[in-house]
Design a protein around this ligand. Sequence first.
Ligand SMILES: Cc1cc2nc3c(=O)[nH]c(=O)nc-3n(C[C@H](O)[C@H](O)[C@H](O)COP(=O)(O)O)c2cc1C
Length: 368
Amino acid sequence: MSERGPEVRLAGRGVRGDDWEFVRERRVGRLATADAEGTPSVVPVVYAALVLDEEPVIAIAIDEKPKGDPYRLRRVRNIQERPEVALLVDDYDEDWSRLAWVLVRGSAALAEPGDAGHGEAIAGLREKYPQYARMRLESLPAILIRGLSMRFWQGSDGGDAAPERPGRQELAALVRGRRSVRAFDSRPVPRDVIEESIAAAGWAPSPHGRQPWRFVVVESQERRDALADAMAETWRAQLRLDGQDQSTVEARLVKSRDRLHRAPVLIVPCLYLEGLDVYPDGDRQRAEETMAVQSLGAAVQNLLLSLYAAGVDGGWMCAPLFCPEVVQEVLGLGRALNPHALIAVGYAAADPVRRPRMPLHELIVDWQ
Ligand SMILES: Cc1cc2nc3c(=O)[nH]c(=O)nc-3n(C[C@H](O)[C@H](O)[C@H](O)COP(=O)(O)O)c2cc1C
């Protein structure tokens, strides 16, 4: 595989240009679908990777018609029951350092003739596969996969060796592109994106390398609402204590609850001090705990950057810090897990306005 280049942002979704090229160039993939009960099915498919209205889309023709009815194809029935699909595009080589694959996830739907994107899909498929020139695809629905996220894997000889050092541009795109998002659309976040982001958190620097943090993933609507309601009670009391009037308090609570209700995933980073050194004196003990908190911040930043690289956004909320016992109780956490923040995770409903940053000369107060 060629070197991974800088991220190319497609429709603000953060699909990496190299991953997109990899998928675009390959001739065949394996499409995984599942029915309403979750029974999986996989079929080899040919596909076209297209950009429709600036959005990356995978198009798959329906050219097989069991007994004349394309709707009887298992993949079509599955998509109608459950739109989440995965497409695996891979390279095999006897030299295992050259193995590579991209796992594409997205939400599939049937585009009927005349629907937006149908004509472009057929044209794109014909351009890629001359075999389609003689087939009457116009009158059949096509599968369009949107809301794409991509994950790349490449074989290496290096075992546990660190991945190649990213270029400065690539890092700058991540560091400067990451933004706090407070309103999300309803698309679910793939599980592997969440897992990858928590694994990235695990690579943060930490005191003695002991990783004094753990993460709770809250995904079900019921649990998210329960968490929002529990924290709202404490916040209501605190806002009243601050002397805020009733209507302001209620408006702020509604907004905050709505945010947690809509974000498809909440991640609660918890401080976990069990593995740290214990000192007889208060000063060193406090320093030890401060180091753990500093490290939690580094872990959360890794998590946010990893999400952002996968085209997903996060919004850091401090609320659990003000009611850790409430969060412990509602999530059923032991006392050793001290909730320090809440990261709302999802796909941004709109690009947020970014806050300007201090100029460099104000950040560097002295250079001796
Ligand atoms: C420790 C910490 C706590 C934060 N708590 C909240 C919060 O409760 N609500 C919120 O909307 N943003 C919160 N933020 C996000 C900041 O407001 C945001 O990072 C800042 O405005 C800069 O914007 P950016 O992240 O888009 O660059 C928090 C950030 C940090 C680091």
